[in-house]
Design a binder for this molecule. Structure first.
Ligand SMILES: Nc1ncnc2c1ncn2[C@@H]1O[C@H](COP(=O)(O)OP(=O)(O)O)[C@@H](O)[C@H]1O
Ligand SMILES: CC(C)(COP(=O)(O)O)[C@@H](O)C(=O)NCCC(=O)O
Length: 318
């Protein structure tokens, strides 16, 4: 089935193979997939609250599946070159990670980056977040979009599509713009560079979004994504995770006088919770329902999270 087809409730159930956590965890069945002390250190560096059981039960089977997909793609390219009797440039495999603000896209993407780079078939795994393609605050202010950060219109979608198209054309050096949660803006003089990665993980709210009806002739970001993952959770949990992250930023990054939200670090916890709750309700929850969750059924795989970020169910497209 075309992975862009949006399913209704009746047929979405039939489009995916569903696994309860325990069934999914069994699919790790491969002796090579053990974690060394160094792996554990690296993974804990990604997020101190990340449980190693979660990595073992959920992300190791997922990285095994992805390794099989990437290897199959590499094999297909080798077949093409054999047929043409000429070698063509190496093109990275693109994995998309989509989902709500604060669902854990960036954490999941970083876990996958760490795990996938352990395989000899694809040691170079680059991670790009689509935040870098948000329009700078100056431009958002001019377009009256500051209260719409993260909505489709707040991104420079053309630049993002050009970026993924360039990766898929085999461009050797990839340069990605960067966004800072500290300055709450694009970093004007900074960028990330990668040289010929084997895999690019593209993480962001908008990875599975399509253009609006009046722009139907446009290309989608997902046209260039080889395998897409949607991370999902109940909206009550998402709000809690957003507020918790906001409080963490308040105690850490926001104490920096250069932080855009520095004033929040001086407020009482109660006031900060009220502000985070308002930002969630008025911006991120609206964006989730209107623009992000409707893209879930385009994903090749859905990770359904429950309390404490535990994945309770995995759905894999047939
Ligand atoms: N697997 C996980 N285990 C524990 N905490 C997590 C996990 N994934 C995300 N978090 C926490 O949830 C919050 C949101 O995660 P983050 O990766 O920043 O989300 P996103 O990139 O989707 O906005 C952060 O505070 C992060 O530490
Ligand atoms: C910059 C973002 C759109 C990116 O989302 P994320 O990487 O956290 O999923 C988001 O963090 C954001 O700033 N949303 C606007 C409202 C707010 O949360 O401040």
């Amino acid at each position: 089935m075309d992975s862009r087809t949006v399913l209704n409730e009746e047929n979405r159930h039939n489009a995916y193979i569903e696994f309860k956590r325990k069934e999914w965890a069994k699919l790790r069945a491969n002796v090579k997939l053990t974690l060394s002390e160094d792996d554990i250190k690296q993974l804990q560096g990604i997020n101190e609250s990340l449980s190693m059981q979660e990595v073992i039960d959920i992300y190791l089977p997922l990285s095994r599946l992805l390794n099989l997909y990437v290897s199959a793609r590499q094999y297909r390219h080798a077949v093409r070159d054999k047929f043409l009797n000429s070698e063509h440039e190496k093109v990275p495999y693109i994995i998309g990670v989509a989902g709500s603000v604060a669902v854990g896209k960036s954490t999941s993407a970083r876990i996958l980056q760490a795990l996938l780079s352990r395989w000899p078939e694809h040691p170079k795994v680059a991670l790009v977040t689509t935040d870098g393609f948000l329009r700078p605050n100056k431009e958002l202010v001019a377009r009256n979009l500051m209260h719409k950060k993260g909505f489709p219109e707040s991104f420079d979608t053309k630049a993002l599509i050009d970026f993924v198209a360039a990766i898929k054309s085999g461009q050797k050096l990839i340069t990605a713009p960067l966004y800072s949660h500290l300055t709450y803006d694009i970093l004007p003089n900074k960028s990330l560079q990668f040289e010929q990665p084997d895999i690019v993980i593209l993480e962001g709210l908008n990875v599975l979004q399509t253009p609006s009806v009046d722009e139907l002739d446009k290309t989608f970001v997902s046209d260039f994504v080889d395998f897409s993952i949607f991370v999902d959770a109940d909206k009550g949990l998402l709000k809690t995770w957003y507020i918790q992250r906001f409080l963490k930023f308040r105690e850490g990054a926001f104490t920096d006088p250069n932080a855009y939200f520095h004033s929040y670090s001086k407020m009482s916890e109660k006031e900060a919770v009220a502000i985070a709750s308002k930002i969630w309700d008025e911006i991120n929850a609206v964006n989730l329902e209107k623009n992000i969750r409707p893209t879930r059924d385009r994903a090749n795989l859905i990770l359904q999270k429950s309390i404490n970020h535990q994945v309770s169910e995995v759905q894999l497209r047939k």
